[in-house]
Design a protein around this ligand. Sequence first.
Ligand code: NAD
Ligand code: TYD
Length: 340
Amino acid sequence: MKTILVTGGAGFIGSNFVYYMLRTHPNVRIVVLDALTYAGNFQTLEPLLGQARFRFVRGDITDRAAVMRLFDEERFDAVVNFAAESHVDRSIDTPEVFLKTNVLGVQVLLDACRAHGNVRFHQVSTDEVYGDLPLDRPDLFFTEETPLRTSSPYSASKAGADLLTLAYYRTFGTPVTISRCSNNYGPYHFPEKLIPLMITNAMEGKKLPVYGEGKNVRDWLFVKDHCRAIDLILQGGRIGEVYNVGGHNERSNLEVVRAILHLLGKDDSDIIFVRDRPGHDLRYAIDPTKMRTELGWKPETTFETGLRQTVAWYREHRDWWEPVKSGAYLDYYKAHYGDA
Ligand code: NAD
Ligand code: TYD
């Protein structure tokens, strides 16, 4: 039995990864460490409680004593770090917590790995560390060699974590890998991000706030394909290496919003164009050649299938997202979008 620490496992991608790993690897036991910030949802993991191959620990990755205690208690074979502040708009309002969790938290985890016999560490990073690409150069893609050129406090904090992770490999020999993935979508996605926000707003009969003119392009990947990529990197990725994960699925924001409305049988009349995000990255696009040639990975879910499944999931799981969209979230929404 191998024990894997999944930090941030109550969030969107982390929880999908927990379910994916338990389903596909009968010899894997998962320990989740999650602070349950506004973005963490314990309800997502509740069905796993009491199972022998699952343990949930509420805790903060920046809490050095607690992290060291957990590493003393468990003999981890690997750590996969999803724990992060992940929303660009919030990083523009309150950068500090992004630096604390995304950089200092990673340092704590790396130190714990070092102090416990150099435990294997995988850092879940983002294509946003490469900055953006122009809209009029569809021939350009991010490779692992593309220089880091961040735009937001969020992406800057993730780039800092990547550099720290690689520094621990070079200096201390900590066995690390990094994945830099494009935008994910799928079940359990917090409804402040574009796709779940638009699906749930449309279901509630609310306006759909598109930034600027909706021309910015993102490279969308179904979350399960990302989970499989991380699994493959854990199994066969080369230590000290970075892997870009993405599926050549570029869409403008307006195209995405229209596709959602179409699936819900609605017209475009609730779309509104709102103030653009400061420093808004124009286009992300991943070149996934390294994942394909070294690890045989390619996406299995097309955007059409994935989006249909995602919309169906939000239709069937109002009990998951309705409570999430109440309370403190409403204060954030009002502060960010005004009366939209
Ligand atoms: P999320 O915001 O949905 O979840 C983050 C989780 O981390 C939450 O459960 C939260 O409670 C937990 N957390 C936050 N601060 C913590 C702390 N200090 N200690 C312990 N737990 C803490 O994020 P997500 O979308 O699932 O993203 C997961 C990771 O993947 C992030 O590192 C993000 O940068 C990266 N990523 C996300 C995307 C995407 O499209 N969502 C794409 C590429 C990479
Ligand atoms: P988001 O889901 O926040 O992911 P990221 O900024 O990390 O790529 O946003 C995806 C795109 O959608 C981005 O170009 C910003 C845009 N967007 C809107 O147009 N309206 C919104 O209300 C949100 C949240 C995002």
